[in-house]
Design a protein around this ligand. Structure first.
Ligand code: FMN
Length: 200
């Protein structure tokens, strides 16, 4: 089986601008020889973390919802793309809940010293962050980037690259920006290509 690249969509719009950029990146990774999969977080049933701390002693969560199969999937993936709009200067609530539930990985890695990601995967797991914002101010991605970098660290994914597109209130339709669409495809392709270069 080939390398597996997972794309996480934080926007509720399955065919919106963020989704289009994510699909471009995943097409690139597929063309570079990877298996790709898109996860639409807002279509899932995910409760926010309730600090039960079951994960202090267990490699899963006590709340049995759509997060449970994610733990295995995120242990096994080879690279990751997260695409999300900025909402209220951070990331959308559903995506934040999704990310918070990776406390399961945090506890395993930092509290028990037994990361859930196999040693041989760690070296090549890279992450691409695709961010869109309505506003055109320099600091608009600051909050989202802090969360994304923290998430990547927790799940043992290197913060490899980013595509940040401001001013969507003016641009409106991302397909009118072929440079950004092309960049998403190219970076997705490179993400996949780097994986295949590491084949023994
Ligand atoms: C609830 C909500 C909150 C938002 N908050 C911000 C914000 O704080 N800053 C910003 O620059 N854009 C904000 N936006 C604009 C989105 O980031 C922007 O429209 C983005 O392109 C949406 O992508 P999508 O259409 O693919 O979901 C917000 C949009 C929504 C719906």
């Amino acid at each position: 089986m080939g390398f597996h690249v997972v794309g996480v969509l934080g926007s509720p719009l399955a065919g919106g601008n963020t989704a289009k950029l994510l699909d471009q990146a995943l097409s690139g990774a597929r063309d570079a020889g990877c298996d790709v999969e898109r996860i639409d977080v807002t279509a899932m049933t995910i409760s926010p973390c309730r600090e039960i701390f079951y994960c202090r002693e267990h490699e899963t969560c006590a709340m049995k919802d759509d997060m449970i199969p994610m733990y295995r999937k995120f242990s096994e993936l080879d690279s990751l793309v997260v695409a999300t709009p900025v909402m209220t200067m951070g990331i959308p609530g559903a995506l934040k809940s999704f990310i918070d539930r990776f406390q399961v990985f945090f506890m395993a890695k930092f509290m028990r010293g037994k990361p859930l990601v196999p040693e041989e995967k760690k070296a090549h797991r890279r992450g691409l962050y695709i961010g869109l914002s309505g506003m055109n101010v320099p600091y608009v991605f600051d909050g989202a980037k802090l969360t994304m970098k923290s998430f990547f660290t927790i799940i043992d994914v290197e913060y490899w690259d980013e595509i940040l597109t401001r001013d969507m209130d003016t641009i409106r339709d991302i397909t009118t920006r072929p440079d950004v669409m092309e960049a998403a495809y190219r970076k997705g392709y490179r993400l996949g290509e780097l994986l295949s270069e590491e084949k023994p």
